[in-house]
Design a protein around this ligand. Structure first.
Ligand SMILES: *Cc1c(COP(=O)(O)O)cnc(C)c1O
Length: 466
């Protein structure tokens, strides 16, 4: 194959740079970025010609040069992180950003970060302050703990607590609680990373008080209880209550630390869910340190919140890792906001999106489904089968794994394309719509479709089918 004629067909870089389309691209983005891209794409084509023996492919490659340049430039200048519509019905979807925060909290973040703030400035004294002070008082009031602080996430909280309180010393944990959370957080690994020594006691299904008691010696720094948030052992099981563990720990003058995972501050059994241990209950039962996630059932920003005895919290605050793991101002502002909502439980349930979504009335979801079905059936019914079915939403985020909440879903089966192709097209919308494929239907669980997002879904289906 004579390749020279193809090489000659590739437009010269300076000719391309003078073309109208490229000039506009330069004005819209950056001339330097466009120039680099033009060089790269023309190099790619040269290489393609070099390697390919198919004339049609080569011609096509040369003819689509403008599209390729635009696509490459777009990959730098278009936003990659987008708001998406969550039609999965999973309220705390780890891949979709876990807890949604309220407009109010987001507005406060915006207001404070677009200016200076008193993040670490004590307005009372005019001296340096602490970034934890803004929410410490309120969270101690809500939980009954003496002191509080927060780091990047709960995994960091566990690492920090053990590093500060138990380095080179033994920490006693039940074998039933050596859990893995979200792939990379494993209790034994975090412990070894902190320099503490894991003393496993009991068995997978049963651990007794005497197992802990027998394991305590002069090198024991603490007892650790880990809430098995994301799985359940049922049947012939036994775990020691926090109360008993606290008594045992205090008899031996060592602290009892509890990682409760989700950080629930309201009794969820009042809202039709299974009881999930609250932070208040742990403090009341005698835990000296309790840590939990900010963006699970608490419904706030990603954070690891640590509450407990003042003397221990002070020791943790002074540990060098605290500086490395500290929360940023965005988180501190949003956390203060969320804790404000918890001053009054009714307010929390009304204002915090996660709790609101859990509490959404089924009849309201059904009404939303009916309205959307009516519109869509009329507009695109000839191209797509649409129906409403009962479904089950879940909490997600490794919380309450067995819990299911009755909900309603819109189910779509396109007549002119595969369901997989519909799913893909919805995923590629400007505001992507993420759902599930069930029995060859594309399912949108409306529990997690937020206010104002109905219209986004309608528009997407119109775009695909009309
Ligand atoms: C989720 C969870 C963690 C990890 O929390 P992140 O905030 O995701 O780091 C640790 N321990 C328990 C028990 C959990 O449920």
């Amino acid at each position: 194959m004579e390749k020279n004629k193809f090489y000659r067909l590739i437009p010269k870089v300076d000719v391309l740079m003078e073309s109208e389309e490229i000039k506009i691209l330069c004005t819209d983005t950056s001339r330097e970025l466009v120039l680099e891209t033009v060089r790269k794409i023309t190099d790619d084509i040269r290489e393609f010609i070099n390697e390919s023996d198919n004339e049609a492919d080569i011609t096509n490659k040369i003819e689509t040069i403008m599209q390729e340049i635009r696509k490459e430039v777009d990959s730098y200048v278009l936003f990659n992180m987008k708001r998406v519509v969550n039609g999965t019905g999973t309220i705390l979807h780890t891949n979709l950003g876990r807890a949604v925060i309220s407009d109010e909290a987001a507005e406060r973040v915006k207001h404070l970060v677009t200016g200076y703030s008193n993040l670490e400035y004590d307005l009372e004294s005019g001296a340096r302050g602490s970034r934890y002070s803004h929410f410490e008082k309120i969270i101690t009031k809500i939980t009954g703990a003496e002191a509080a602080m927060a780091v990047n996430n709960n995994a960091a909280a566990v690492l920090l607590i053990l590093s500060a309180l138990a380095k080179d010393k033994e920490v006693v944990v039940s074998r039933g609680e050596l859990v893995e959370i979200g792939g990379s957080f494993r209790v034994p690994d975090v412990m070894s990373q902190s320099g503490s020594i894991l003393t496993e006691v009991g068995t997978t299904n049963k651990t007794h008080l005497y197992d802990y008691e027998n394991a305590i010696n002069e090198n024991t720094a603490a007892l650790l209880k880990v809430h098995t948030s994301n799985y359940k052992i049922v049947g012939f099981t036994e775990a020691v209550s926090l109360n008993e563990l606290a008594d045992l720990a205090h008899k031996h003058n060592i602290p009892i630390i509890e990682d409760i995972g989700s950080g629930v501050l309201v009794d969820l059994s009042k809202y039709g869910l299974e009881y999930e241990p609250t932070v208040q209950a742990s403090i009341k039962a005698g835990a000296d340190i309790v840590c939990f996630s900010g963006d699970k059932l608490l419904g706030g920003p990603q954070a690891g919140i640590i509450v407990g005895k003042k003397s221990l919290i002070n020791k943790i605050k002074k540990h060098p890792l605290t500086r490395a793991l500290r929360i940023d101002k965005f988180t501190a502002i949003a956390l203060e906001c969320v804790f404000h909502d918890y001053i009054d439980e009714n307010k929390a349930v009304k204002n915090i999106p996660v709790l609101k979504l859990i509490n959404r009335e089924n009849v309201e979801i059904k009404k939303q489904a009916d309205t959307m079905l009516k519109i869509l059936a009329e507009e695109i019914g000839v191209n797509c089968e649409i129906k409403i079915e009962g479904c089950e939403s879940q909490i997600g985020g490794g919380s309450l794994p067995l819990e299911r909440i009755e909900s309603f879903a819109l189910m779509f089966k396109p007549l002119s394309m595969t369901t997989a192709s519909l799913e893909k097209q919805l995923r590629h919308m400007d505001t992507p719509i993420v759902g599930r494929i069930v029995n060859d239907y594309f399912l949108v669980d409306l529990r997690t479709v937020l206010e104002g997002e109905d219209e986004i879904i309608l528009q997407a289906f119109r775009k695909i089918f009309m």
